[in-house]
Design a protein around this ligand. Structure first.
Ligand code: 5GP
Length: 174
């Protein structure tokens, strides 16, 4: 897995693209003959979602939900709030949650409980980034882009005080 060293994270556009192609192929293999339903967790996962769905060569459907983020703070408050719910039902569907980053695991744990209660046929998680050293709740990640060390990262959909989501790479440098 990806480790940059020296307390910094720098993942290039090319590294992200290559990893997402590999994830797309893995997902295609696992869901062959099925029609997965991808659920994008807004806002941070919107670019990852857009690239990931185009890397999955299968018929699929998708939807979006939004949860409260850290606001402009860099640490979690520990409370998650559903800001925007899904538009489509997921009962009986092969649901794949698409998250930008799993940090403490609190957000993903909340989402897994929320969606599991709606009785999907299966429920899995694709996350672009994971910071395992920060985990407070163990959560499953079936498809992971990069494991990173504990640094605040931004770019490629992830914000720094709402800015820098449009950077084509991921960085932790000021
Ligand atoms: P968790 O609930 O796992 O602690 O945090 C998940 C959410 O926190 C992510 O979906 C993301 O919105 C935000 N987050 C966690 N770490 C980072 C980070 O390093 N950079 C940014 N921009 N957001 C983060």
């Amino acid at each position: 897995m990806f480790r940059s060293g020296a307390g910094r994270v720098q993942i290039s556009q090319e590294q992200i693209a290559a990893r997402i192609q590999a994830l797309g192929q893995e997902i295609k293999r696992d869901y062959e003959g099925q029609e997965p339903h991808l659920v994008c967790v807004l806002n941070g996962a919107f670019i990852f979602m857009a690239d990931l769905v185009r890397a999955i060569d299968l018929p699929l459907t998708l939807d979006f939900l939004a949860v409260s983020s850290y606001g402009n703070a860099e640490k979690t408050s520990g409370e998650v709030e559903l800001i925007k719910d899904l538009r489509l039902p997921i009962a009986g569907r092969q649901v794949l949650i698409v998250e930008d980053i799993v940090d403490t695991g609190i957000t993903l744990n909340y989402l897994l409980r929320l969606l599991e209660a709606r009785q999907p046929a299966s429920l899995r998680v694709a996350a672009l980034l994971s910071k395992p050293s920060r985990r407070q709740i163990e959560v499953p990640i079936h498809y992971l882009g990069f494991e990173i060390e504990d640094a605040f990262v931004y770019g490629y959909g992830l914000d720094r005080a709402q800015r820098d989501r449009n950077l084509p790479f991921i960085t932790s440098q000021a």
